[in-house]
Design a binder for this molecule. Structure first.
Ligand code: 26Q
Length: 818
């Protein structure tokens, strides 16, 4: 077979092996004997991509020729995870792959492992984007994911000898990326800087520098849909133009500088997952991908014309703004229509308004993105003018609606103080057609608190779409053993396309034989995770202990501190003899978390956890009853190993702070029980799986609010609960810092004097619920019945359902015809 022949389908393992050999020879230039595992990975990826090509091209043709509106999912992050197994699954080639690669003398899992995980996201928001494009393709909805191909992804986390986090660059593109196709012919020019001048009564932007945006296309194959969508990630390159070319060396180097700077735009993913104010490069990134993506959509949907009829744009594509990061796209579409294509303001406004919708992922007011108007004016002077006019129009509209002066001031998109800022969430909420939160509680709080003024004036814009996760990656690929058992229990594997079918497992929770099989699967997953931990981290885990897991970014509001304090209190109980070590339910406490590099208290919490782990490991009094394991560099790969092995899932954020959470959904679907607060999607998970099958504790949103109003004093709780006091004292007295009382002083002082997220106030309730957890765990049959009910009743949390909700409530579009 040559490069130009269409691959055969269906395919035998032998034929697949042949194709891999061909790829090894004609793309890698090696024989199977010379090939390294990584070569086989690249060759396999090349072959799989070829098998998806016809579906990919047909999907694009059908999208352009048909009359189904497409979705453009604009996101600064796509946290995809490794691609090979997912692509094999969706191409229907997994069995052939296993056999073919073995036949070639390689271990299939080693081939899969050879892929370097692309870490182009921080956490929940980026992973949600990845789940959503999987579901869009699986439902056959024509869609583009649009984002940035960062050269450096989220930093690689290491721990130093003191247990502190070290950040190392994640140069993932130094490895071959067989999935991304660089399409030089479909580049876009993105302009920056300069000024706006008046020419013939028109405002004309004269930019001072430009960046070349080059699309790198990734196939997004659907599961059992025959559809393959596109993830288009932009790479920044410089143009080979020099402003001031002279023959003087130093001037030459000066002249090259802007070129070098241009390429910085897609160089690195910002590792903060809440707003860092005013970073110029971050705004450049945002405009870079928003502008390139909108121009690209015009090119795609109006091929072969310089005079597109953009009045129909909103019938061709609807843009979903994944948080405020791409919101600068709103004035950009206005500018394109007015300045580049000559439309009047009102026409441009109508199209822009119809085209954009905004998803909010936070509740913390301080996390709502704002940009100094001065910075926008410097980088994007024409956009600032447009934003000023939008703001004027908005104020007139509010006045006409009878809004008070106070309310108008609170709502300004562009503030009118000494240092005006542009509030991106407000711009998106006003300009777009819809704004949605990511869980019922979150959407309610957006209306009642965070965006209250807006929901008063524009109530119909506010929607909820509860998040979801893809069952393909997070059940089928991550947990093959459970997947087989589910298929056996249901008598079909259709649940992978229709996760509500999991309800059929509920009666099996009463079938002891099935429950035992389920327990065996969980145990095997624990053993597999212990093996992985031994190999990768040199850790010794005991699969006969309860696996109790907390994985998420390290944030004060998520309250990793609550969990570590409870562990320390238990340790203190052992040391003081208050509990007999033999009476303790053995637990392995597993943490996975990265902290933003500049987030001092978060990094200190990581250091504390690591050092508590060390002390406990080295204390014979503990007798192996409790162990902390904190694998460094938690990522999608580790998540896929750890979630199926987890029995108890920690979702312990302060009520009213976690917008949704998505690991909570992954855990429930993989048969873990949750200990959690009434926060984010926990509320809906508990409603669905049943209050009896969920360990609820802690203050509610209302109780939290009341306590803030009364004035919260954490030291009262410290004084009132001797266990809590003992734990905090232990941190303060140097037990976990070789006797040094200074190491954790800032953390201790924060707990005792501020404790903004009320860790101390919830401590006793969190401790009390542990007894219920241990009691249930002692009855393994009962525990596993409840775990099965969690699986059976969590089908709602498929991202397929989320996407259907977006289709019905926001996008008003549908699947392509089969
Ligand atoms: C913005 C501006 C400048 C620098 C960084 C940022 C930035 C980057 C990433 C701000 C926020 C993020 C990521 C936020 C995030 O992951 N939020 C989570 O989204 C999930 C999906 O909806 C929810 O489940 C989580 O509750 C929410 O915390």
């Amino acid at each position: 077979m040559t490069e130009l022949t269409a691959p055969k389908s269906p395919l035998t393992a032998n034929e697949f092996a042949d194709e891999i050999r061909q790829a090894l020879k004609y793309t890698q230039g090696v024989t199977p004997e010379q090939a390294k595992t990584a070569d086989v990975y690249v060759a396999t990826a090349t072959v799989v991509r070829r098998h998806l090509m016809d579906s990919w091209m047909k999907t694009q043709q059908d999208m352009i020729n048909g009359d189904t509106k497409a979705v453009g999912y604009l996101s600064a992050e796509f946290l995809m995870g490794k691609q090979l197994r997912n692509a094999l699954l969706n191409a229907g080639l997994t069995p052939q792959f296993e056999e073919a690669v073995r036949g070639l003398g390689f271990d299939p899992q080693a081939v899969v492992d050879a892929e370097y995980e692309p870490g182009l996201g921080n956490g929940g928001l980026g992973r949600l984007a990845a789940c959503f494009i999987d579901s869009l393709a699986s439902l056959g909805v024509p869609a583009f994911g649009y984002g940035i191909q960062y050269k450096y992804g989220i930093f690689r986390q290491e721990f130093d000898d003191e247990g502190r986090q070290i950040e190392r660059p994640d140069y993932w593109l130094s490895n071959e990326d067989p999935w991304g196709h660089i399409d030089y012919e479909r580049d876009q020019r993105v302009n920056f800087g300069g000024k706006v001048v008046e020419e013939n009564g028109k405002r004309v932007w004269k930019p001072s520098w430009a960046v070349r945006a080059i699309p790198v296309d990734y196939m997004v194959p659907g599961y059992a849909s025959g559809r393959v969508n596109t993830l288009r990630l932009w790479q920044a390159r410089s143009y080979d133009e020099f402003d001031l070319l002279t023959f003087n060396k130093s001037e030459y180097l000066d002249a090259v500088k802007p070129q070098v700077k241009a390429e910085d735009i897609s160089k690195v993913l910002y590792p903060e997952d809440s707003t860092e104010v005013g970073k110029e490069l971050r705004l450049e990134q945002q405009y870079f991908f928003a502008s390139a993506s909108i121009h690209d959509a015009i090119r795609v949907f109006y091929p072969d014309t310089d005079k597109p009829d953009l009045t129909t744009f909103a019938d061709k594509i609807t843009f979903q703004l994944n948080d405020t990061h791409p919101v600068i796209g709103i004035p950009e579409l206005m500018r394109i229509m007015i300045d580049e294509y000559g439309y009047d303001w009102d026409t441009a406004w109508e199209v822009t308004h119809k085209t954009f919708n905004y998803t909010c992922h936070t509740l913390l007011p301080e996390a709502l993105e704002v940009w100094p108007a001065s910075l926008i004016g410097k980088l994007l002077p024409r956009h600032l003018e447009i934003i000023e006019r939008i703001n004027k129009q908005f104020v007139s509209e509010l006045e006409a609606k009878g809004a008070s002066e106070d309310q108008i001031k609170r709502m300004l998109i562009l503030t009118d103080d000494e240092h005006p800022v542009v509030r991106m969430a407000y711009l998106a909420t006003y300009a777009g057609s819809n704004v949605n939160g990511v869980a019922e509680l979150h959407s309610q709080l957006l209306k009642d608190v965070t965006l209250r003024d807006f929901s008063d004036v524009y109530p119909a814009k506010f929607k909820n779409v509860t998040n979801g996760v893809t069952p393909r990656r997070f059940i089928k690929l991550a947990n093959p053993r459970l997947s087989e058992l589910i298929t056996e229990g249901l008598g079909t594997d259709k649940w992978l396309e229709d996760l509500d079918l999991l309800e059929g497992l509920a009666p099996l929770a009463q079938d002891d034989e099935f429950v035992k099989k389920f327990a065996a699967v969980k145990h095997e997953n624990k053993v597999a995770f212990a093996d992985f931990s031994k190999q990768r981290y040199g850790a010794e885990l005991d699969a006969n202990t309860m696996f109790d897991t907390m994985i998420k970014r390290l944030h004060e509001y998520k309250r990793q501190a609550l969990k570590i304090l409870e562990i320390i209190a238990t340790y203190s109980d052992i040391k003081s003899g208050k509990v007999n070590v033999q009476d303790i339910t053995p637990r392995t406490y597993i943490f996975g978390a990265k902290a933003a590099p500049g987030y001092y208290l978060a990094k200190m919490t990581i250091q504390l956890i690591n050092n508590v782990a060390k002390v406990i490991d080295n204390d014979p009094d503990v007798n192996g009853k409790i162990k902390i394991f904190f694998p460094w560099n938690y990522n999608i790969e580790v998540a896929q190993m750890l979630i199926p092995a987890t029995e108890l899932d920690e979702q312990i954020s302060q009520a009213g702070k976690e917008a949704s959470g998505t690991s909570n959904m992954k855990f429930a679907l993989n048969g873990a029980l949750t200990v959690g607060t009434l926060d984010g999607a926990n509320v809906e998970i508990r409603e669905r799986v049943g209050a009896d099958n969920f360990f609820l504790f802690g203050m509610t949103v209302d109780e939290v609010e009341k306590m803030y109003e009364q004035g919260y004093d954490p030291s009262k709780y410290y004084e009132a609960d001797p266990r809590l006091k003992a734990a905090i004292d232990m941190v303060a007295d140097g037990t976990f810092s070789n006797g040094d009382r200074n190491t954790y002083a800032p953390l201790v002082s924060d707990w005792l004097t501020k404790d903004w997220f009320m860790t101390l106030a919830d401590f006793s309730a969190y401790h009390d619920i542990q007894a219920d957890i241990d009691a249930l765990y002692a009855d393994q049959l009962e525990w596993n019945r409840k775990a099965i009910l969690n699986v059976a009743n969590s089908g709602y949390f498929s991202s397929d359902r989320s996407i259907k909700d977006y289709l019905d409530r926001i996008w008003h579009t549908r699947s392509l015809d089969k």
